[in-house]
Design a protein. Sequence first.
Length: 516
Amino acid sequence: MKRFFCAILICSVFFMGWAVPHAESLTQANSEIYKEWDVPAQKEWKAFKAGVEKKWKKFVHSTKEEWVSYDAGKDVRSVVNFKDGYILFETVIPKDDPDAAEKARDKIGKQAGDIFKEEAVPGKKILENLVVNTKGFCISVSNQKEFITKEIAPEVRQVAEKSFFSKDGVARQKYTVRIPMVKGHTKILAKKYMPLVRKYVKEFHLKPELILAIIHTESYFNPRAVSHCGALGLMQLVPKSGGLQAYSHVYGEETIPSKDYLFNPEKNIELGCAYFDWLKIHFKSVKEEVKRRYICICGYNCGPGNVRKVLKRHQIFSMTDKEVYQVLRRETPEETRGYIKNVVSRMPNYVPFISDTDSKPDIPGKLWSRLVRLAENASYKVKVQTNQERFKADDHLRITCHVQKQGYLTVLSISPDDTRADILYPNKLHPDNHVAEKGKISIPAQGDDFVLRCKPPAGDSLIVVFHTKKRINAYQDGEGKPDALFKKMSESSLKHLESEKNQGFLGAGKVLTSLE
């Protein structure tokens, strides 16, 4: 049913009409094919919308930043907001149903299970690594049922507003629950699609930070994004204009890509990059790279025809990059003015992210499961307490540890997507005789307590590991931070920690906390 709704949802934007740039590239033959394809889709869309409106006070559909999905009965829906980072579940139950609350929890629980299973492409779930439970674990097949039963269902609440009469004459009451995504969810999503971006920017000679900034601006990395003018997917291609032009540019055939085709992240990114490449060729008379990039960014949003109208009024070849940018910000359509500003301003945000991704390979394996297994099976436990409130103003975490043996204690910061383990270097220690030495904390006396104050990345969870013989090695220094430094944990170090015989490993204490 989820796929059914996503399919017919697109018909809504078809039915409302298209705001199509550069439509001159559409041939008459393809126009007729499109009409034949569009008529049944409109009928299907109208029927679905009418069915929803029989039960709901207001019909809600997908947008650029929100993926909306209804169940088969049309009485429960989910709204995944990729911009603000949350998932909203809603259901409407007949007011006089004595088991309304229980049914609401069951219906929302089933809908949650369905969308957590939904895949963008085979093997890649849309919501993968975006939601964690109270223990800090990412929601997966193994813990999904428990998360729904213990953390979603108990939070389902009846909406305070009065019941309402639907078009079918039944008085209904709405129940809802909202769960947050992890902080930094946009970066997690960007990383998910980074291999595809890297593949196609190389093919079309584009900058990765440009394409990531375009995806961020177009859809907030929502693979099921639908705009008011019918643009689809991550890079928001309108099938019969930009989609057609891009497909022709890649494959030499005038074919209108289907909605399912454009909901496929790889196909969408390929055609999005191809369309930008086509724009570069279209404006090839502009030789300066930055100047042409600004022009193409605007062309991607409002079509090359609208951009040409602006350029004809100016001597752009004698203008500086900054002057061209200012003209485009001043004279293009209103939406495009904000669009170029957002894309250009977001590009620098992805430069360090790209270099970090390229220079620091992911550690293979499930880090959380391996490290937690160490903690649970350890022969000696490190007692750990955390206090975030004391340092709430600057988001520092205060960790108090108690150990009874000489050795080293290392704090590992684990990313929400379970692919990165950074070594935390505390910037302050107490008492003074505890000395930090290159990735380890020396404990000079038995029974001492010590306090460290650190600043892990937002959304990360921590594991504290106590070991005796050898410090944990890292790949290289990470990004410089004023209050904490990080080094990437090596796979060999993780294997050493997993071997008590080789390392004299004594135990681990886990801090299952997420800085939200």
